[in-house]
Design a protein around this ligand. Structure first.
Ligand code: ASP
Length: 211
């Protein structure tokens, strides 16, 4: 039997990890708790989790992207893929930045979040997280993508187009790469295996290569 993939969850905050507070939603749910909400993930992969940040993503800055790249680099050899839990407001910017800062990665980097916190009875958080782990653990996945509401969108193509509906992201001027339904990944665009080594940068600028 094939060994289960090892996936690292990097939690950064966002609505997915928020609880109600006197000042509205506030990220408070730990990454370990996020995983407890989706016990079925154990059947898909082995998960470890790191609380990298705990922000509303409207406060995300380029230094935070650097932190994400650093965490990926630090753990790159120990894991088969990465899932980043992120607020939806700037998720598309992070996805684009990471696409340039981590190039040719054969180990998938999946960014996801939710319109509703994971501790609510009715929420998109659980399905988005499960889909993300499923996608990150799939042999054919690579590169940087957003997985949200059953769609897999290239990291350089995503845009948040709805602020309330679960269907929050669209792929701009390019088809979604795949859809995920009932735990099945249906790929529309075959991924050509990267021939070059993974390149890591400390900023989206080509001058700032680290590895
Ligand atoms: N303001 C939140 C954030 O981007 C919205 C969300 O996560 O849906 O962190």
């Amino acid at each position: 039997m094939q060994q289960k993939k090892r996936i690292l969850l990097l939690a950064t905050g966002g609505t997915i990890a928020s609880r109600k507070s006197d000042n509205g939603l506030k990220p408070q749910i730990t990454p370990e708790e996020l995983i407890e909400y989706i016990p079925q993930v154990k059947e898909i992969c082995d998960v470890e989790a790191v609380q990298l940040l705990n922000l509303d993503s409207t406060n995300m800055e380029p230094s935070h992207w650097k932190l994400m790249v650093h965490a990926i680099w630090e753990h790159y050899d120990d894991f088969d893929g990465f899932v980043i839990a992120h607020g939806t407001d700037t998720m598309a910017y992070t996805a684009a930045a990471l696409s340039y800062m981590v190039q040719n990665t054969k180990k998938p980097i999946v960014i996801t979040g939710a319109q509703k916190p994971i501790d609510l009875e009715i929420t998109d958080a659980k399905s988005n997280l499960i889909d993300s782990f499923l996608y990150a653990a799939d042999d054919r996945s690579q590169g940087v993508q957003i997985v949200f509401d059953g769609k897999v969108i290239a990291g350089t193509r995503a845009k948040k187009v709805r602020s309330k509906s679960y269907n929050a992201f669209s792929s701009i001027d390019y088809p979604s790469l795949a859809v995920i339904q009932d735990m099945n990944i249906m790929r529309y665009i075959p991924m050509l295996p990267y021939e070059e080594d993974c390149l890591l940068y400390t900023s989206p600028s080509p001058r700032d290569r680290t590895r």
